[in-house]
Design a protein around this ligand. Structure first.
Ligand SMILES: [Zn+2]
Length: 344
């Protein structure tokens, strides 16, 4: 089959690789009908060290089950399924606690350990725990929104949950990528009264406003902090969704939280140290978050998509075939596209 292989920073190509097959009795093989490129794929795109073997990329997909192992109980060939970016058994202590990204039998797609989904097919370990059957047809108009349950909508929701967003609260979202935009949607869905987006790109800001952002701050650093304070009677916000992962954005996130506020981090941190330890301490700010257990959120978010209350699929502004994936990486890296959907 054909798949997206990354050999190092900036070095992405489409190649023929071995077809995925059932290896463990708990595996399924899924023919990918929709995949996408993630903002987090841009970190290896910028920094991955060169290797001879390369890495099959991609961790978001919808597809059709083609084969299942002998122990798979809840899926059958022909089912249309959505695949969270992490696989999980659904039965261990951490899965029962709703933290599927810490599953003791779990792992992550597209990391080198398990091949990714920017490909014609993907092997899914722990298929019963991981995959969710979708009650729609293969070409349903809701597929773009359903595809965001793989990652960005669940991740935006996780940031909102970690930041303790609730009814009547003031919220800031740091970052206007697909996750930040879904964070706006999630904050609105959870009842936030004021939602301030920190972002600089006109197309993304326009979509954020449609998703529920009430204010936009395009300054950076101290000026951004100043602007958020002006918008919140001088206090800062109750909840901050940090959707970038850079030192500057993490620092800003803590500085715009009001005393007793909470920061939910879902941007993959690019540094060892977390900035702003002292302001976080003196203002009693909770800093939480991490890899989103998107599997845990699918049951809650799915009805809102099926019944049309949220439309996170609007973050996709480009649809390409597998052969165009290298250009899709370039377009997202150059901020030419918000999020790219792939139809293998
Ligand atoms: Zn588990």
């Amino acid at each position: 089959m054909r798949a997206t292989v990354m050999y190092g920073a900036g070095d992405v190509c489409i190649e023929n690789v071995t077809d995925p097959a059932v290896i463990e009795p708990t595996d399924a093989v899924v023919r990918v009908t929709r995949a996408c490129i993630c903002g987090s794929d841009l970190w290896p795109y910028k920094t991955l060290e060169h290797s001879e073997t390369g890495r099959v990329m991609g961790h978001e997909a919808i597809g059709i089950v083609e084969a299942v192992g002998a122990d798979v109980r809840t899926l059958k060939s022909g089912d249309l399924v959505v695949m969270p970016f992490a696989f999980s058994d659904g039965t261990c202590m951490f899965c029962h606690e709703g933290l599927h990204t810490a599953c003791i039998h779990g792992g992550f797609f597209g990391t080198g350990e398990v091949a990714g989904a920017q490909a014609e097919a993907v092997r899914v370990p722990q298929a019963d725990g991981t995959l969710v059957v979708l009650p729609v047809g293969e070409d349903d108009a809701l597929l773009p929104s359903l595809l965001t349950l793989s990652d960005v909508m669940g991740t935006g929701h996780h940031a909102a949950v970690a930041a303790e967003v609730g009814s009547g609260k003031t919220v800031a979202v740091v970052g206007d990528g697909a996750v930040g935009l879904c964070g706006v949607l999630a904050a609105k869905r959870l009842g936030a009264e004021q939602i301030i987006l920190l972002g600089r790109h006109a197309d993304r800001i326009a979509l954020a406003r449609e998703f529920g952002a009430t204010d936009v701050v395009s300054e950076r650093g101290d000026e951004a902090v100043e602007r958020v304070r002006e918008l919140t009677d001088g206090y800062g916000v109750h909840s901050v969704l940090e959707c970038v992962g850079l030192e500057q954005s993490e620092l800003t996130a803590i500085e715009i939280a009001r005393p007793g506020g909470a920061v939910g981090r879902v941007g993959v941190p690019q540094d060892e140290a977390m900035p702003a330890s002292q302001p976080a301490f003196y203002n009693n700010i909770s800093v939480s978050g991490g890899p989103a257990p998107v599997r845990a959120y699918i049951e809650a978010l799915l009805p809102d998509i099926l019944e049309g209350r949220i439309e996170p699929g609007r973050v996709f502004d480009r649809v390409i075939g597998l052969d165009e994936v290298p250009d899709g990486y370039r377009a997202m890296n150059e901020r030419e596209a918000i999020k790219v959907m792939v139809k293998p």
